[in-house]
Ligand binder design. Sequence first.
Ligand code: SF4
Length: 359
Amino acid sequence: MRKNGIRTLEQLETYATITKDEKRKLKKIISAHPMLISPYYMGLIDWKDPDDPIRKIVVPSAQENLPQGSYDTSGERVNTKLRGLQHKYAQTALILTTNQCAAYCRHCFRKRLAGVVTDEIVTDWDLIVSYLKEHTEITNVLLSGGDPFTLPTQKIAEILHRLSEIDHLRFIRIGTRIPVVDPDRISNDTALLELFETYSRINKQLFIITQFNHPRELTPQSITSINKMHKANLVIRNQTVLLNGVNDIPEVLADLQTSLNSHGVIPYYVLQCRPVKKVKHIFQVPLMTASKIVEDARKRLDGPAKSFRFIMSHRTGKIEILGQMDGRMYFRYHQAKDQRYAGKLFSKKLDETDSWLTL
Ligand code: SF4
């Protein structure tokens, strides 16, 4: 577990005023879903602005109490084949390497396991490797969690070493917010950077999937970590989660994609925020509004910056949100759990308040 970082309300009170009532509510909230904010990310918050977007991402709100929603919005339990391994799409295995992060995002769709006791994290890598070897249809692995870069470098080396011995794996992806919330973890670790270089050049192409959600997250430090990863032959792609009060303004969303692209981070997905239990009312933007925001953002972008897809990561697959016409919203399966739906187009009449699809 990370030693430094803001974890308690007493620490938080040195930055912000918290009323007695809020404190009582927040105590309960963070006992279920812990608060952790890295000192670096804490430094990005403008405390004079109560609606600061960075603050909204990591500082818990006393409103995180809605019983509706789900802790498993994408059907991860059903897709779990072994402890720590999910196999939803034939070609991809998703591995939950840790339940730790350098900062806990309040909108996290894995709130059920981030920073709390869980039985979903890999404990036996032998079993994982055997499964991957048996399933020759798997061409790639996505290392996720939690944040894999909270693991010791030695552990990351072991994992990459074991995966690189599996011939039919073509590439490895690592999903991480470390370049956003603790970029020096990467920039100052020469052993980690050498490891990237070795595995990307000699063994398997490594992809880093970041989650930058606001242009202010692209600081000189985070850009340094990006540059160092590029130098180590990594391909970096970004998934932005569309978040109410954070990036739901076309100019902000466009600025983020342009800035990412200008630093060689490929805009990959903009994700519709999932209906996460306790917080969906805080972070979700209704689909009709969301698609207009994304379209308005696209109008401001050049080709490479708008290369992302607007995606709903649904229980049934990755559904691209194409846009609306004549009062209907149009969708297409970008990835389908059931291959019969792969590439399928469909439309739905939505209410102004609908934020997710029930299929
Ligand atoms: S870093 Fe990722 S896993 Fe961790 S809390 Fe944020 S979104 Fe969730």
